[in-house]
Write a protein that binds this ligand. Sequence first.
Ligand code: ADP
Ligand code: ASP
Ligand code: MG
Length: 411
Amino acid sequence: MARIVMKFGGTSVADLDRIRNVAARIKREVEAGNEVAVVVSAMAGATNQLVAWCAQLSTLHDAREYDSVVSTGEQVTSGLMAIALQTLGVKARSWQGWQIPLETDLAHGKARIEHIAGERLLASMRSGEVSVVAGFQGIGPDGRITTLGRGGSDTSAVALAAALKADRCDIYTDVDGVYTTDPRIVPRARKLPRIAYEEMLELASVGAKVLQTRSVELAMKQRVRVQVLSSFDDGTSLGGDLPGTLVVDEDEIVEKEIVSGIAYSRDEAKLTVRGVPDQPGIAAAIFGPLSAASINVDMIVQDVSADGTTDLTFTLSRSDLPRAMKVLEENKAKVGFATLAADKAVAKISVVGVGMRSHAGVASTMFQTLATKGINVQVISTSEIKVSVLIAEEYTELAVRALHTAYGLDA
Ligand code: ADP
Ligand code: ASP
Ligand code: MG
């Protein structure tokens, strides 16, 4: 007997047939004698619709009300899943974040989980009842509903697995594992049977949305055994057979590839601050107010100074661009820059692999490959196990495919 957390993403609960299908899968785990907690996402597309409604009423909407709206998708699916299970003769009940309670901090819209009281859930699971938890949502210190950022149900599941000391956290999605890159844009992507926590963390943080970054962070810290699996065993998933991908410690991976994955992000914008005086304190004057406005900056480059002034270029999330420009314009006199230039048609391409620690040449292969395809590199950034470049968005797929081949990852 094992204690399992099973998480089902939006496409896996997209309609009643799929909910029934998932319920039957849960029933099999229960009948095998396991204690099961389930985490569900909203039906595919539901959260996008809710987010759009808030934005249409006001671009500067109250984040607390946004949370009360966008958390409802998961309320619906948790109740429906409990009904579907009951219909199959399985004892089940739904749990909203506030009922558990799953406590978060106050950062509405991108809250972090602070504590999960597992006792009531455990008691219910021990009595043979399946706990169906609404993912993505919690309750803040203000007593109001919070949400965990897009893709946050993964984090609900991992956090729950840690709180319940579960033996496994199975993440069911619409692909049958973690691939060398997004199988939707590279058909020759290969499924990875295992991936190291650190690699998964880097891949998630640079755009591979198969797992939310925070869920990987948490799994790594709390030693949660995470497995990514397909919820479709009827052949509708992309790629090969079960089982999917296990996220493990680096030393559990025998054959370490130099590059294990490639990710891309289109949620990027580039902002250049032109004509800033080249003197101490300028970077602080630019990035201080941005960070005070909770705007995260990613890649940064500063040009050499010619006439005592210089240009500073950085990247940020595309949705933060209007606010960032507003903040900088408000600080124009203090910083003393000449103009701002924004570019939204950019994408970030990253290659990730723990083998990079001990192998040189990964970056040069990347630059060479992109050059051969005539793709200009605008900004570069690196970490111990990652190289990222910013390129024109129109070349995203071409770049990912070419790099996938160049690093020998094609199936
Ligand atoms: P869910 O709704 O189940 O949470 P998501 O859409 O959030 O599913 O994540 C699954 C998607 O992640 C896949 O459909 C795939 O297009 C995308 N993806 C991006 N990079 C990868 C990768 N390296 N391996 C697998 N899937 C990836
Ligand atoms: N429904 C939420 C979203 O679309 C959370 C999730 O699916 O993980 O972001
Ligand atoms: Mg997801």
